[in-house]
Design a protein around this ligand. Structure first.
Ligand SMILES: [Ca+2]
Ligand SMILES: [Ca+2]
Length: 549
């Protein structure tokens, strides 16, 4: 963010939003009061579906799912110098937060404005309160100006903590910090916070390890990388940095490559700043990595606020869309890989975007609100059937899912005896396959959750099954013949029929459930002695056959 305008806390007016002619998104208010100058929203990735909100003055709030009233998670206002571009600016939860409770913050220190990366932990007794014990990870002197602090923290797919640091402020980076590999200003840093016994180490493959240059640097040439994110898909998450421009161009850089030089202060976006005009020689252009796009300060635009690549399942945007905004114009943009489009033109001062655990996106208004970005045509889902009954021996079946194009869903079993065997996830219409285990005990009910809907499995239990056969015996003459046996059993109770003699053959009904019939044949008998006796085992009962010559 280039400038925090006067931070008067006012009830956010979500009225007054104007929409483009074909509005695809809308803002759903999540928090509209009780927070002052919010700078970020994010999630802990711990399955709790809570949101965490930063207030610039030095408060982290926690918001329970479904609530609109956050409560204080951590208050470090006494440590933070806030106002303008300074304050509590960044928050990242450790990838194993659910296990270790570790999280990291980025703030500007009281008195001197030094940038501080610090670690905290959740309190041992209450997951909605942080332990106030601070562990300083890294400090970066930032003595000259109050602006261009950067402020973003996020973990990459490599488990390392990435840090966006501004160039130290003023216009045109007077000390040339962003191009100086010996200072941490104007950089993307990457550190390992999992090394035992030390606050951090630099990953051994950082570009300036074992050579000139600060070991923490991952990429350089940044002006004010206020917000960046990782596209959480694929094995290696691609990093997207929105680097705030100076007087004319706002830019987005991706991917961020190790040791890459993203141009500032030689270039602002794709334009030569003429601060170091000789370096803009086209022959030297290969030294710099240019943005994938930049946009001009037209229509009141002045400061990009980086966002996220959409990977949610509600079709809020096409999958893979990069969503971001402009602090001054209030516009929310989408980049589809080739074109920037205005999705919504708001009156918000967009200080940040954020993601929930499902990958749905939020927009943060510095004036004091958090809103979820939603489609104007939300996804709807249905399943058919909604329940199924199984016999005690179990079985397999499928459930059809109906969903709009682009609407994602998942299927999980809530019962240990039911397994989802196919269609664990899908988009649009699809099918879920599942299996049900045999049930040796009493009848039972289990559910699956498919596309957010409940599917019920009813299964009979073998322990409740009683079987009777009628008749229980038969007599045949020399020529043999065919006959049948009736089985009486409760619905869902499965049984089998087997012959125990080579001269008795089951011709139909070798298995069944509930009431049924077994038919069999008896061969001709000409041997000795005069009589022979054989049996079948039907539903656990013995059926006797006597044949006389
Ligand atoms: Ca070095
Ligand atoms: Ca650049």
């Amino acid at each position: 963010m280039k400038t925090f305008y006067v931070s008067v806390a006012f009830a956010v007016a979500l009225v007054g939003l104007s929409s483009p002619a074909v509005a695809a998104i809308q803002l759903i208010p999540v928090v509209t009061s009780g927070i002052t100058s919010p700078t970020f929203v994010g999630n802990a990735g711990d399955g709790s579906n809570r949101l965490f909100i930063l207030e610039q003055a030095g408060i982290i709030d926690v918001l329970q799912p479904g609530s609109s009233t956050p409560t204080v998670f951590l208050d470090i206002r006494t440590k933070v110098k806030a106002g303008g571009e300074q304050g509590l600016l960044g928050l990242a939860f450790h990838p194993d937060y659910e296990m270790n409770g570790r999280f990291f913050i980025f703030y500007t220190r009281t008195v001197d404005g030094t940038l501080v990366i610090a670690e905290y932990g959740v309190s041992s007794g209450n997951r909605n309160l942080a332990d106030p014990t601070e562990k300083i990870i890294l400090t970066i002197p930032h003595p000259t100006n109050t602006n261009h602090n950067g402020g973003m923290l996020a973990f990459g797919s490599d488990g390392y903590l990435y840090i966006g640091v501004g160039d130290g402020g003023a216009g045109n980076d007077p000390p040339n910090n962003a191009q100086n590999i010996n200072v941490l200003l104007g950089k993307i840093l990457r550190i390992d916070v999992n090394a035992p016994g030390v606050p951090y180490v630099s990953p051994p493959d950082n570009p300036f390890v074992n050579e000139a240059g600060a070991d923490e640097i991952f990429a350089l040439g940044m002006r004010n990388p206020w917000r960046f994110s990782f596209d959480r898909t694929g094995q290696q998450w691609q990093q997207w940095v929105a680097d705030v421009g100076q007087g004319s161009r706002e830019e987005v850089d991706t991917p961020i490559v190790k040791g890459g030089n993203y141009g500032w202060r030689v270039y602002e976006g794709t334009a030569c700043t003429n601060t170091d005009p000789s370096l803009c020689d086209p022959l030297l252009a290969k030294n710099y990595i240019f943005p994938i796009f930049d946009y001009l300060h037209t229509n009141g635009r002045c400061s990009i606020t980086g966002g996220y690549v959409y990977r949610g399942s509600l079709n809020t945007f096409p999958a893979g869309t990069y969503v971001y905004g402009d602090y001054c114009s209030g516009e929310i943009f989408a980049w589809d890989g080739s074109t920037q489009t205005v999705q919504l033109d708001t009156t918000l001062n967009i200080s940040s975007f954020g993601e929930d655990e499902q990958g749905e996106l939020y927009v943060v208004h510095l004036g004091g609100s958090i809103s979820r970005i939603a489609s104007t045509t939300p996804c709807t889902y249905s399943i058919a059937p909604t329940s199924q009954s199984f016999i005690s021996s179990g079985g397999t079946d499928t459930v059809a899912v109906s969903a709009g194009s682009g609407c994602g869903w998942s299927a999980v079993s809530n019962a240990p005896f039911v397994q989802v065997t196919s269609g664990m996830t899908g988009t649009g219409n699809g099918s879920v396959g599942y299996s049900v285990d045999a049930n040796p005990s009493s009848s039972r009910v289990g559910t699956m959750t498919i596309a957010g809907l409940t599917f019920t499995v009813n299964q009979a239990g073998a322990a409740e099954c009683t079987f009777a056969i009628s008749p229980t015996r038969a007599t045949f003459q020399v020529m043999g013949g065919t006959d049948s046996v009736s089985v009486t059993a409760p619905d869902g109770c499965s049984w089998t029929a087997a012959s125990n003699a080579t001269w008795i053959t089951i011709t139909n009904g070798a298995s069944g459930s509930g009431n049924g019939t077994v038919t069999y044949s008896v061969t001709q008998y000409t041997g000795k002695p005069r009589n022979r006796n054989g049996t079948m085992t039907i539903a656990g009962q013995t059926f006797s056959i006597k044949q006389s010559r």
